[in-house]
Every structure is written in C-alpha cells, then in structure tokens.
Design a protein around this ligand. Structure first.
Ligand code: NAI
Length: 331
C-alpha cells in the first residue's frame, strides 16, 4: 500500500481530485490518502491558508495529489502554491503537453515537456512600494538553481529518449539575471553532446509556438516565462482542462493540474477531470506503478477519441461523474 497526501483544494478541486482517486482505485492500486487542506478552504477551517500539518504530511508521505487553490489578486495572503513549493524546495515544475486525438486543437502532433524553475525569479515575492505611486520587485536567479533545473531537463531528455532541449531566456534585456540562467543551462548542455541544444528568447518562442509547436521538444525556462509558456502550451493541445503537472524536489513530489479553481464551474458538476486524472497517471508512474498508469492513460484517450461521455469544454454534454464512469468502464 502507498501513502500519499490528498489536498482537495478550492472550487472545482474537490470534484476533480475525487475523480482521480476513484479512477486510481478502479485501476487496482492500493493507496492510503491522507486528506489535508490548503488555500481558502484551510483559511476558513483553520485560520491559515497553509497549515503546518499539510506541509508535514507531504514531507512524511513524499507524494501528494493537489487540487487548485484560490489565490487572491494583488491583495490578501501570498500564493500558497508558491509557499509550499518554497517550503518543500519543489524546484522543478514539469508539464507534459501532448496532443490527444479527439481533443479540439489546430495542431495534431504537439509533444512538449516544459521544465520550469520553481523556486526563484520574480516569484520570490520581494516587492515593495516606493512612495505611493511606484512599486519595485526583485528578480533572483542563481547558478545553483538554474543548473539544477537544466540537469533535471537533460537527464529526463536522455532517459526518455527526447531529441532536443531549448533554453528560453531574455538575456538580451536582462543581461545579468537571464544572462546567468542562460550561461548555467549552456554549461549543463555541454555535458550532453548527444542531445541537440538551442537557445531562444521568450518572445520569439511564443511566436514560434503558435506557428509551429511541433518543432519543440523539451523546454527549460526560469519561473515567470515557464508559468506563462506552459499555459500557452496548454492552449495548443486543447486548454487547461487537459494538461497535468508536477512540482518536484529531491524529497517530495506534488502532482497538480495546470488549471485553477474555475469559479464559473464550481458546484455544477461539469468540470473536466482529465487533467487531474492525468496527474494521477504521473503520480502512479512516479511510484513505479507503470502498468496501472498506462491502463488509465489508454482508457482516458479512448473515451476522448470516441467522444464518449466528455465534458462541455471538450465539446460534449457529460458531467464529471459520467466521464469518470466511462473511463472506469474502459479500465
Ligand atoms: P482557471 O484555470 O480556474 O479558469 C480559466 C478558465 O478555464 C475558466 O473558464 C474555467 O472554467 C476553465 N477551466 C479551468 N479548469 C477547467 C476544467 N478542469 N474543466 C473545464 N474548464 C476548466 O483560471 P482563473 O480563472 O484565472 O483562476 C481562478 C482561481 O484559481 C484564481 O484564484 C487563481 O489564482 C487560482 N489558480 C490556482 C492554481 C493552482 O492552485 N495551481 C493555478 C491557476 C489558478
């Protein structure tokens, strides 16, 4: 039996995480889920958006499945997502972006893995007002963190037989910070002569991604560009409802979808559970349950390919539960 932390989250989080757990259970994997809270739900229950025992539970179990949590815009508590990544040193955010037959998209053969540095850049949250009409923020880039994410991406590329790694930067403008990121990644690239390596600016990458995403394979980016580009990439394969992800460090891995709490869908029972179920697939692979992971993946893709019981964002009329039942039927 595996132990893992379950963080249902806010909004549609409880609906989509429940769907993932049901599918994992149906695939026959014995899991003991320890339910903990974060975000608005935790704030309402315990008076803090990131209770200490939630972090402790992830530390103990090493693996967590997390639903999205609400973040307040420009006010209120700081992002607990950033908080948990920093506290547990979850230094890599990985998002596999792959076309799935049957999901509406202008592109057919997108297969990109985004490696986003997860602990620094402008996300360190060092901001202050200068008087009342100006604000200043600090961007932190270190050689250690940049080399660490680059090594992670290159090791993955070798292990998974990927052909190319692309480093994304704006070193032409931010010569010291992005310059350091670029030289650190280049340094690591030199150790992997068998993997093709290229460097592109973030703006050029965005243009090329919407023109010809098939040209890209593994992307490695600092935190802010990684955040933006991974969502752009989600749009290339059908949107936020279909892309999973993981925040991973040396000790722990927190699996979570790219999408947010979807306030417009909350409580309607029509959220697409696919991204969260695909997080479950990644989690099972991480635990070594490769066969169960592959069975779930083919059941999901079959349901979508046959346009059988899919949610409205995928062009269907099914509820979350109906889609889950269809996936389980194919298991
Ligand atoms: P969002 O991802 O919640 O919603 C954007 C659009 O995508 C909406 O139209 C929504 O209906 C749709 N959508 C999202 N997930 C879907 C799903 N599973 N099935 C079908 N449609 C789906 O992004 P938004 O509105 O910018 O953020 C809402 C809240 O979520 C904010 O408080 C934000 O801070 C938070 N958020 C949390 C994240 C996390 O905890 N990892 C990530 C992103 C946002």
């Amino acid at each position: 039996m595996y132990r893992a932390t379950l963080i249902p989250g806010d909004g549609i989080g409880p609906e989509v995480t429940a769907a993932a757990i049901k599918v994992i259970e149906a695939a026959g994997v014995d899991m003991l889920w320890e339910t903990k809270h974060m975000g608005q739900t935790a704030l309402d229950m315990f008076g803090t958006p990131l209770p200490e025992d939630t972090v402790l539970s992830i530390e103990n179990n090493k693996v967590a499945l997390k639903g999205p949590v609400m973040t307040q815009m420009g006010k209120g508590f700081r992002s607990v997502n950033v908080g948990v990544r920093q506290q547990l040193n979850l230094y890599a955010n990985i998002r596999p972006i792959k076309s799935i037959e049957g999901v509406k998209s202008r592109f057919k053969d997108v297969d990109i893995i985004v490696f986003r540095e997860n602990t620094e850049d402008v996300y360190v949250g060092y901001e202050h007002m200068v008087g009342k009409d100006a604000a200043e923020g600090i961007k932190i880039i270190t050689r250690e963190a940049s080399e660490r994410i680059a090594s992670f991406a290159f090791n993955y590329a070798v292990r998974e037989k990927r052909r190319k790694v692309t480093c994304v930067h704006k070193a032409n403008i931010m010569q010291l910070t992005d310059g350091l990121f670029l030289s650190s990644v280049r340094n690591i690239a030199g150790k992997y002569p068998d993997i093709e390596y290229e460097e592109v600016t973030a703006d050029y990458l965005c243009m090329k991604l919407v023109q010809n995403p098939e040209a890209f394979d593994v992307l490695v980016l600092p935190n802010l560009y990684g955040d933006i580009v991974s969502e752009l990439c989600a749009g290339l394969v059908g949107g936020l409802g279909v892309v999973p992800g993981v925040n991973i460090g040396v000790e722990c891995a927190v699996f979570e979808a790219t999408h947010g709490t979807a306030p417009d869908l909350t409580g309607k029972g029509i959220a697409n559970p696919m991204a969260c179920i695909l997080c479950g697939v990644m989690l099972l692979k991480h635990l070594g349950e490769k066969q169960a992971a592959e069975r779930i993946y083919s059941a999901i893709t079959r349901v979508i390919r046959e346009a059988k019981a899919v949610t409205p964002d995928l062009g269907g009329t099914a509820t979350t539960d109906e889609m889950v039942d269809a996936i389980i039927a194919y298991l």
